[in-house]
Design a protein around this ligand. Sequence first.
Ligand SMILES: [Zn+2]
Length: 152
Amino acid sequence: MILGCADSRVPPEIIFDQNRGELFVVRVAGNFIEEDGLASIEYAVEILGSPLIVVLGHSGCGAVDATIKYVKEDAQLPGHLPQLVQSIKPAVELVRGKPGDVLANAIAANAAYNARKLAAATPIVSKAVADGRVKVVSAVYDLKSGRVEMVD
Ligand SMILES: [Zn+2]
């Protein structure tokens, strides 16, 4: 199963050349874990027996970029967007001051952070991970090359 971004450029079925019925997908802008998404993932793990969860970030992610601007400039955001950036903010904080491209670093960190968070999510996913029934990994899809690189 895939926890991916809502961005229309990153449909997991097309990225991984999969047909209908082959992937269980949860998508939210910024591919982070929240309550309802976690419930869907728990269903995939417990009921469908999904053996692998990929938290899939992507290059040029607008949600992560907006969070960086929000953190840096203390920007005001309309509607429910402040809640969304709060969920992505921990990953942005993790790469603050690190060398390299801030956006690319934050995108990779966000995927890895949410994979760790998901692997530790009680009671269902953490138990399935401990029992070796499911593996949680993180990866980043590159829009230009079409390649998916694993993140640790
Ligand atoms: Zn995105």
